[in-house]
Ligand binder design. Sequence first.
Ligand code: F0G
Length: 470
Amino acid sequence: MTKDMPKTMGQQFGRRSWAEPWKIKMVEPIRMIPRERREQALIAAGFNTFLLKSEDVYIDLLTDSGTGAMSDRQWAGLMMGDEAYAGSRNFYNLENAVQTYYGYKHIVPTHQGRGAEHLLSQAAIRKGQFIPGNMYFTTTRLHQELAGGIFADVVIDEAYDTQNPHPFKGNVDLGKLEALIKDKGAENIAYVSLAGTVNMAGGQPVSMANVKAVRALCAKYGIRLFLDATRMAENAFFIQEREEGYAEKSVAQILKEFCGYTDGAWMSAKKDNLVNIGGWLAVNDPALFEELRNLVVVYEGLHTYGGLAGRDLEAMAIGIAECVQDDHIRSRIGQVRYLGELLADWGVPITRPVGGHAVFLDAAAFYPHLPQIQFPSQTLAAELYLDSGIRSMERGIASAGRDPKTGDHYYPRLELTRLTIPRRVYTQAHMDVVAEAVKAVYDARSSTRGLKMVFEPKYLRFFQARFERL
Ligand code: F0G
């Protein structure tokens, strides 16, 4: 190389970028509809992004749930579906994949995550028991409540501070957990409900040290520990990146070690496991397994298909092996982080550090002039759609719902709007477009008016509630 040869950016700065470990084989066209049609669509949807038609959306960051792109191998797996009612070979492939990568003994497939939450809640909660967890999740808490349980938040306080740089903001506060156990009595604790990369906190991870300590505390009081493994592979990446002693371990090794401290897990395979539909529940205790295997027949389907086709089970088994690959997770989280860092550089308030599956806009900081009851996060999601046809999701007071005892709104301490990145779907150029749109909405923030709720469904209201502009 000669001295005067032009240098690339990378050579200049010694930069080493991540890139996706795949190339694109098939594309699906998308387009942005004109502004006046977006305005009409938003009004027709009652200012709720869940009620928009997908065709009216340009870049869809509503959720990372079931929206990922399957690999050519997974598509090939679909053709290998054994659609027998009972004992499909695809079930055994799934069972083997969960045992290999997550390490649990007994597996029950379910149609998606909440199917698994329902079964576990019914089998493991007695009326009036408490279920401590590292922040609530909408469907998880609802199933616990429907089973007669009472959710108790034991996440560390740092999780509620969007600017706190704590590397593991999903951690359980051991003091809060032990105080609850002592206060209520161990027999009144159904189990500890631990989630990897805590969704409502901004996709914030749990450390290995924390799960070990929670395990020890549970063992001391004879309490079971169950894991929401929905985004646990992504959690394993953060451990590899941030926790001492794990830099040289693979995501797969870390995932299995983490699960080893728990008694079982439920899974929305629509996230980490890279399928468009599917879930599972896995436990080590044979007696509990018998009960779950019996319940699944009532609510989902036979214990070897759980509401899914054989082909879905196959795609899930293949997706499990793909999702623990280090290069996959690195680019997955790298993309989310790319978007987050662009926004942070421009002074847009987001939850820091950037989490695993999404960038969370701090709607309370966007709109300090809007009281929480005027739905700041819902407002922000509506404004972003209006500006650029980008669909995001409210994660604030609408999502939090109402206290079943008092009937009053839960007033969550976080009022966030989530830009959720589907896996293997969008490019870095899409992330640029999204960041620029968010910036435009941020610049127009002071003249933005809030919303009022005009229709409220009884359960999980955020999915179908309707709003009007104030
Ligand atoms: N647990 C977590 C942490 C989740 O994020 C979800 C779903 C579930 C359980 C329930 O799984 O949807 O397959 O029934 N989260 C989606 C989201 C809906 O957009 O965050 P499911």
